[in-house]
Design a protein around this ligand. Structure first.
Ligand SMILES: [Zn+2]
Length: 342
């Protein structure tokens, strides 16, 4: 029988690193990380943090595992698609199998202004594994308010981006991007595609920065990193705190106060309406061209109809959409962010 304690053996390859040591390992075991989104970014980051021995991990996601996820979301397999289980549940179950000595919690929910503060309360750090900007602006507000460091990350096509946001110390998301881009103005992974190495690479950077922040080591400040894996370009973008930043300077948490899209279930219609906060000026023709690669599209001068799986989505030029085939507002918001983009 080995005389080496289990934890020493498990973490031996990182304890031996001068950057970590057994003191560092102990710190990680006393740390907690909240991971928002269990897609490609979130599930890759969750795996690495679990293997690194973070003491407590909470994952939250509103979606279910789908066949089209398997190309890049490295924690899932075909059995998970068949099971029809929510991503957060499946992800947490796999994390527990990887490391039973840490605490893993799963929450199946849409993160919104009503629940975010309770969800992140008491955590040492937040990892962004999201697929939409609206929720990122909400995290920015909530993290600043509760003074929790968070790491912004995004991945699409052949490139990705990440930035550390430390309340009171660095620039925040609104110093990089003032407000969420109008709905339908940005490509999504569903319409533009994504190279499967991109989210894994970006998640690796997120996790490295997370470990440095948790250990109290030097980490990247006021700098966003953009990496195009296809052409090999890495850009470091200087981000300064704006003197009048509404969030990190003035402390006005507009997104936490409810700024953002609204959903409402249309009674008796088996449909949900999603109305963006800002009136958009959508080019239905070009959106239709993007969507026709993945579903059936019908365009009239006033509305774009898009059929995907068992849903019919009617999209109006002002960004409003009616999603038929569900009365679940979480599913409707998820479909909106996947196919129209918010
Ligand atoms: Zn700011």
């Amino acid at each position: 029988m080995s005389l080496i304690p289990e934890w020493l053996e498990r973490y031996s390859r990182q304890i031996v690193l001068p950057e970590m040591g057994s003191e560092g390992q102990k710190k990680l075991s006393e740390s907690s990380v909240f991971i928002i989104g269990c897609g490609a970014l979130g599930s890759a980051a969750a795996q690495l943090l679990t293997r690194a021995g973070i003491g407590k991990i909470r994952v939250v996601d509103r979606d279910f595992v789908e066949l089209s996820n398997l190309q890049r979301q490295i924690i899932y397999d075909e059995g998970d698609v068949k099971s029809g289980y929510p991503k957060a549940i499946v992800c947490a179950e796999k994390l527990r199998k990887i490391n039973s000595s840490i605490e893993v919690e799963a929450i199946v929910d849409d993160v919104n202004p009503q629940n975010i503060e309770k969800l992140i309360e008491g955590f040492d750090l937040i990892i962004d594994g999201l697929d939409n900007f609206e929720t990122r602006f909400l995290i920015n507000d909530a993290a600043l308010k509760q003074e929790i460091p968070w790491i912004y990350a995004a991945a699409i096509s052949t490139h990705g981006m990440t930035m550390n946001i430390i309340p009171g110390e660095t620039a925040c998301l609104r110093d990089l991007i003032d407000t969420p881009p109008p709905p339908g103005s940005l490509p999504t992974c569903e319409t533009a595609g994504i190279l499967n190495s991109v989210p894994t690479a970006i998640a690796s950077i997120e996790v490295t920065e997370a470990i440095k922040i948790l250990l109290g080591k030097d980490f990247k400040k006021n700098e966003a990193l953009f990496w195009d894996l296809w052409n090999g370009d890495i850009l470091k973008i200087r981000v300064s705190r704006r003197e009048d930043c509404p969030a990190c300077v003035r402390g006005e948490y507009e997104f936490l106060a409810g700024k953002g899209s609204k959903t409402v279930t249309l009674c008796g219609a088996n449909a949900v309406q999603v109305r963006p906060d800002k009136r958009a000026n959508l080019n239905l023709k070009s959106l239709g061209e993007r969507l026709q690669r993945i579903g059936r599209v019908r365009l009239t001068p006033y509305v774009l109809y898009f059929d995907i799986d068992s849903y019919e989505i009617s999209i109006f030029p002002d960004g409003r959409a009616i999603i038929k085939g569900t009365t679940d507002e979480n599913i409707a918001r998820s479909l909106y962010s996947k196919y129209i983009g918010i």
